[in-house]
Write a protein that binds this ligand. Structure first.
Ligand SMILES: NC(=O)c1ccc[n+]([C@@H]2O[C@H](COP(=O)([O-])OP(=O)(O)OC[C@H]3O[C@@H](n4cnc5c(N)ncnc54)[C@H](OP(=O)(O)O)[C@@H]3O)[C@@H](O)[C@H]2O)c1
Length: 332
């Protein structure tokens, strides 16, 4: 049986080309469960993989897509059976295992979360890795005692995938959110998904180098890294929590010990891909119920898989607004 996949090939050293190919299902590396992909979603990491970033994907040809939601067509695991609706986010999907930008994926059973009853397959991929990562961050804030009464939470890169999901979920569960963005023409969008205050990303980019800055937020979810993260950290209130997860500005971090020692601020590293399946299942339940933003279906742009390439270019330029949902039922 044949299927269509978006395939990135290495033509020569450091020269990559992506195109749609018709492949044999038998050529998919065989894992426990074969899934007909219905929806995927676009993440920054997928765009890097599609451009030949060897820190994400070592070997090409390769199909990107760290997210997939679909229907099981074949399984050698007794708990996951034909016809089950399932979600896969992270693990090695789309990294060195062929990913969700295709009509089929084949994955180990222990990467799979069954779709919770209260969630639609489409909604699961509006969330995708971005929503799952936002949920992991918010869970960390709560675990460390940063409840809504403790003060405002800053989200950087707020219009992006993880950023917009963080704003919307935090708002849903009662937090006051400050959204930092480079897109000041998207203030209305950010307010519509739950930001109480929108600030320019320039305001979160200190150039004085002072070890401590005025206290502005109780905690933060930072998708940006670099000097932005350093500024966020030095501006966090006593006993605040900063979740560190992204590096779209830079993977460098220039800080000193004063925010740790004089304000008791903690930096919490987030790795959503390899986060255990038990916690993922628990958080997907919350995302299907009490954490589900009312605006979930409005913060999405839907594209067919065949139209993915301009979206990859856009996300690489920092132009993503909300989530890009990929319909993997190939249009005629
Ligand atoms: N650790 C984990 O488990 C994990 C999971 C998911 C993602 N990530 C990482 O998190 C980051 C965000 O991922 P994503 O999928 O949400 O990406 P995204 O949709 O592209 O969002 C990134 C946002 O950051 C802002 N931005 C872009 N370039 C910037 C720059 N030079 N300086 C400051 N802000 C900039 C933009 O928002 P504004 O215009 O609103 O400022 C952009 O929309 C990536 O580095 C990704 O690899 C990590």
């Amino acid at each position: 049986m044949k299927y269509i996949a978006f395939v990135t090939e290495e033509l020569e050293k450091n020269k990559f080309l992506s195109s749609f190919k018709e492949l044999e299902i038998d050529d998919l590396h065989i894992n426990d469960v074969l899934i007909k992909v219905v929806w995927s979603s676009l993440n920054y990491k997928d765009a890097l993989s599609a451009k030949g970033h060897k820190g994400i994907t070592r070997n090409y040809p390769h199909t990107p897509g760290v997210d997939a939601a679909g229907i099981v067509v074949k399984s050698n695991n007794s708990e996951i059976v034909e016809g089950d609706k399932v979600i896969i986010t992270g693990h090695d999907l789309g990294m060195n295992t062929n990913g969700g930008f295709a009509e089929y994926v084949s994955v180990p059973y222990n990467w799979i979360v069954k779709l919770p009853d209260a969630l639609k397959l489409r909604e699961s991929m509006i969330y995708g890795t971005a929503g799952s990562t936002a949920a992991i961050c918010i869970n960390e804030l709560i675990k460390h005692g940063l409840t809504p009464d403790k003060g405002k939470i800053l989200v950087t890169g707020a219009t992006g995938g993880v950023g917009s999901m963080s704003v919307a979920i935090l708002n849903k569960i009662g937090y006051k959110v400050i959204a930092s963005t480079g897109k000041l023409d998207k203030v209305d969008f950010l307010k519509s998904i739950g930001a109480d205050e929108v600030i320019s990303r320039d305001e979160v980019f200190d150039t004085t180098g002072k070890p401590l800055l005025p206290r502005r937020w109780a905690g933060a979810i930072d998708t940006v890294g670099g000097n932005t993260l350093s500024t966020v950290f030095r501006s966090t209130d006593y006993h605040g929590i900063v979740c560190v997860l992204g590096l779209v500005e830079s993977s460098d971090l220039n800080i000193n010990l004063f925010p740790f020692l004089q304000r008791g601020v903690s930096l919490i590293g987030i790795d959503s891909a390899e986060r255990g399946l038990d916690i993922k299942k628990e958080l997907w339940k919350k995302l299907s119920n009490e954490w589900k933003p009312d605006c979930l279906n409005e913060m999405v742009k839907e594209v067919n898989l065949l139209d993915i390439e301009p979206e990859i270019e856009l996300i690489l330029k920092g132009g993503q607004v909300g989530k890009t949902l990929i319909n993997c039922s190939i249009k005629n």
